[in-house]
Design a protein around this ligand. Structure first.
Ligand code: SAH
Length: 455
């Protein structure tokens, strides 16, 4: 080990920064965040310093006496002779010293920081590659959500209550593991501290060793795994069981826990698939076994996803659950196809509707779908495409109205066919497009010629 990582309490203690340029400014800000009393020595100050209150400014060149009473010093000047002198004198006086970008002159180095105060994670490559340290930090940023700050404070608040109620330390560890892995922590992370507190004390009073099952209804977006939310990914890696259907891409499924049990519930028309009531019952029984279940859905669970029905059952059965929104097909697919859904010149509103046939017929409000100045996005409409186009023309849209069908949007095998209401159905059947496909109708489709960036 080249350096010992320590976290230093600087509250109210005097730290010196030599130099007052942009780099020095960042160091001063950092020290102020740690509650230090900061003295800055430099002949001239960068203009950023004008707005900085609560520091002591010394408009002089650095001299030995500036180190008197100082507990830590950072040199950030662009003059190497000054930097060396600061390092030498500080070392003589046993004051920890950091010289920016000169590891050989430092007695300590400043790590790259992931700040979820009171939780702090520090990264260092011992000065070898600060860029690498920053990249690692960015990776962890995605795994340790902002809410962890709240979670740590939450734990601190109730530590004593737990100590009083559970006297042996093994029991306390089990209790805390259950809290941190389960619904209580999830509630805190989601910002529902009151709900978390109530649950926390219920658990503490009752059987605190029992694990409680829960269900995460997660929108996994239209297919590209990069479009998952941080929360979706975190819960996917937490759940012991994954319940998914055909809209969830393999790339996304591969991001769930490796040892998780995967249950395919298929699509509705498929004989092997489970009817909705059976899916609802399955989620309840898995959660009752004490398992954490992620119910993965394509797109957003609340947009043509029957997510509402699934959680209605959970709620009625008293099972804890949470809902994670996803990028819905309309928004993901249109972005990857280069078709903005609204545009000041062409469309002031957008309608999402379903083109799913019920007993062979389509019962839509054609009048409102055929208004000018709007974009219509139709989910599940491929089988009825010809009928949809015919109805829109019948109800007043021009036969030349631009429209598009996008298959497997946001995925490497995305296919886009554009045309007019008159010729789209023919072109689409010629191109052999299949489900999942999304229909977009409106002038905005013409923008694709300029805005397509994906394929
Ligand atoms: N809850 C989902 C929609 C489920 S309905 C969401 O919010 O996106 C299923 C329909 O969504 C499909 O028939 C198709 O019209 C559309 N769809 C979903 N993913 C798609 C994709 N990657 N490309 C094109 N259409 C898609």
């Amino acid at each position: 080990m080249d350096f010992l990582p320590i976290f230093m309490n600087l509250k109210g203690r005097t730290c010196l920064v030599v130099g007052a340029g942009e780099v020095a400014f960042r160091k001063v800000s950092l020290l102020l965040e740690a509650g230090a009393s900061v003295k800055v020595v430099a002949p001239e100050f960068h203009r950023d310093f004008t707005a900085l209150y609560g520091i002591i400014r010394v408009h002089e060149s650095f001299q030995a006496q500036h180190l008197t009473g100082v507990v830590l010093v950072i040199a950030a000047t662009n003059d190497s002779a000054t930097n060396e002198r600061v390092s030498e004198l500080a070392n003589q006086m046993n004051i920890p010293v950091n010289v920016v970008d000169s590891p050989e002159l430092c007695s300590f180095i400043v790590p790259s920081i992931l700040d979820r105060a009171p939780l702090m994670v520090a990264f260092s490559t011992g000065g070898a590659s600060p860029v690498l340290a920053r990249m690692l930090r960015a990776k962890l940023e995605t795994m340790i959500p902002q809410g962890y700050a709240r979670l740590v404070s939450f734990c601190a608040k109730f530590r004593d209550d737990v100590k009083i109620r559970i006297t042996e330390s093994a029991g306390r560890r089990i209790f805390w593991e259950n809290v941190l892995e389960g619904v209580v922590a999830e509630k805190v992370l989601a910002g529902d501290e009151a709900g978390a507190k109530k649950l926390f004390f219920t658990r503490l009073e009752q059987d605190y060793t029992a694990t409680q099952g829960e269900v995460y209804l997660v929108g996994s977006g239209p297919g590209d795994p990069d479009l998952l939310t941080f929360r979706a990914l975190r819960l996917m890696q937490k759940a012991e069981v994954v319940v998914y259907d055909n809209l969830v891409s393999k790339a996304i499924l591969d991001m769930t826990r490796r040892d998780a049990r995967r249950i395919f519930v298929g699509k509705e028309r498929d004989n092997h698939s489970l009817p909705q009531e059976k899916i609802n019952a399955l989620l309840v029984s898995l959660a009752r076994e004490g398992l954490r279940v992620v119910r993965l859905k394509g797109g957003d669970p609340f947009i043509f996803g029957r997510g509402g029905e699934e959680i209605e059952t959970l709620s009625a059965q008293g099972i804890a659950f949470q809902v994670v929104p996803g990028v819905t097909a309309a928004s993901g697919v249109s972005a990857y196809a280069g078709i903005p859904l609204t545009h000041r010149d062409y469309a002031q509103s957008v309608i999402f509707t379903t083109g799913h046939l019920k007993e062979g017929t389509l019962n839509l409000d054609w009048q409102s779908l055929s208004r000018p100045g709007q974009t219509v996005v139709i989910y599940m409409g491929l089988a009825a495409l010809a009928e949809i186009c015919r109805q829109l023309i019948c109800h007043g849209l021009s036969a030349d109205m631009p429209c598009a069908v996008v298959m497997n949007g946001t995925q490497p095998d995305q296919k886009v066919v554009t045309g007019t209401l008159e010729n789209l159905a023919g072109k689409v059947s010629l191109a052999g497009l299949k489900s999942p496909s999304l229909i977009i109708v409106g002038e905005v489709v013409t923008l694709r010629d300029k805005l397509a960036w994906y394929r």
